[in-house]
Design a protein around this ligand. Structure first.
Ligand code: NAD
Ligand code: TYD
Length: 351
């Protein structure tokens, strides 16, 4: 890639996107255009530290608005797209699947179409689609998802992401669009919206509220620190093979209940509480409909081909995350005011 190559990052004001934007801006190798609709999950506070960098520009817009996206591709000669914009929360996809189909499927195809039109006859372009391990469905007690595991999505969220992955590959196969896809496990870290497990628990422990654990808390997720994901994305964007898929994971499986207990203990220590006090807030609530039992990624391909490995141990990453939320109380207050409270009450009141 040349020094002044212009790239489009979608969803850059969200959780993972903000870390990806920062990484690409700070590398100094790109002009970065961050396109984001600023839904409830997008927050420009996440990028305050880099907003005045000369190689960064924010544009507010909707990936589903094809006329707008087409104009954007006419205005900028993008050498690459890193596509993260999405509706990302499984629980919301269960209560409102249409929004997920619109953004995750229609929005992705709108970007693919614009890239196809604008890149026709040009070399050295790349469409990087950021996806999830949830497209592979749910594992039993054994085994791992690899890049060749069959798709078997089970929630409206994962079905919409699977569909978008298929469209990306279809554009590669049919129109020769140069692409790469990665499927990553659960992320955690700074800027994570407090509707997902870890930041929700941090927020509730801080506020002495019940800690709602779905079912018996026996579901398993593979957790990866968000900056490790951003580092993998940079590596795959720059060095990944065209038309290929890379799984990204933390080699770090945790049962939900064990994770929540660990978080309680870390926070009790940091807050100077009597050990065990936060664990008393744990409340087992009605299970999520169709709750996937276990996700676990085999990321050996990425390690073998591009030398990537997670850099942080989970406990170290959790400590850093908790510290970030303590240091950014205003951020948490801002994102949990207004609509958040309505969502929270509606979502948890009938559990
Ligand atoms: P997020 O919900 O925190 O952020 C999504 C961002 O997309 C927000 O800034 C939002 O404003 C923006 N957006 C939503 N609809 C848009 C639209 N129509 N047009 C433009 N912008 C729009 O999500 P996240 O957790 O940062 O996830 C980012 C991507 O990574 C998603 O594609 C998700 O599927 C994928 N992913 C997430 C995880 C995870 O653990 N969070 C794991 C693997 C993959
Ligand atoms: P989440 O962070 O929503 O990510 P995903 O569903 O995409 O894996 O949930 C992680 C796990 O935590 C999942 O098994 C559901 C569970 N969970 C709870 O037990 N309580 C909660 O309040 C939330 C949000 C999730």
């Amino acid at each position: 890639m040349v020094q002044d190559s212009v790239i489009l990052i979608t969803g850059g004001a969200g959780f993972i996107g903000s870390h990806v934007v920062r990484k690409f801006v700070q590398s100094g190798n790109y002009q970065v255009i961050n396109l984001d609709k600023l839904t409830y999950a997008g927050n420009l506070e996440n990028l305050r530290d880099i907003e005045n960098h000369a190689n960064y520009k924010f544009i507010k817009g909707d990936i589903c608005d094809f006329d707008f996206i087409r104009k954007l591709f006419n205005n900028y000669d993008f050498s690459g797209v890193i596509h993260l914009a999405a509706e990302s929360h499984v629980d919301r996809s269960i209560s409102n699947p249409m929004e997920f189909i619109q953004t995750n499927v229609v929005g992705t195809v709108s970007l693919l179409n614009a890239a196809k039109e604008s890149w026709s006859g040009k070399n050295g372009r790349r469409f990087y689609h950021v996806s999830t391990d949830e497209v592979y469905g749910s594992l039993g007690d054994e085994g791992f998802f690899t890049e060749t595991t069959s798709y078997d999505p089970k929630s409206p969220y994962s079905a919409s992401k699977a569909s978008s992955d298929h469209f990306v590959r279809a554009y590669g196969n049919t129109y020769g669009l140069p692409f790469v896809i990665s499927n990553c496990s659960n992320n955690y870290g700074p800027n994570h919206f407090p509707e997902k497990l870890i930041p929700l628990m941090i927020h509730n422990i801080q506020n002495g509220k019940p800690l709602p654990v779905y079912g018996k808390g026996e579901n398993i997720r593979d957790w990866l620190y968000v900056e490790d994901h951003a580092r993998a994305i940079e590596l795959i964007f720059e060095k990944g093979r065209n038309g290929d898929t890379y799984n990204i994971g933390g080699f770090n499986e945790w049962k939900n209940i064990d994770l929540v207990n660990l978080l309680c203990d870390i926070m009790d220590r940091k807050l100077g509480n009597t050990q065990g006090i936060s664990r008393e807030l744990i409340t087992f609530v009605k299970d999520r409909a169709g709750h996937d039992l276990r996700y676990a990624i085999d990321a050996t391909k990425l390690k073998g081909e591009l030398g990537w490995e997670p850099s942080l141990q989970f406990k170290e990453g959790l400590e850093k995350t908790v510290d970030w939320y303590f240091e950014n109380e205003q951020w948490l207050k801002d994102v949990t005011s207004g609509d958040y409270l309505r969502y929270y009450d509606e979502h948890y009141s009938n559990r």
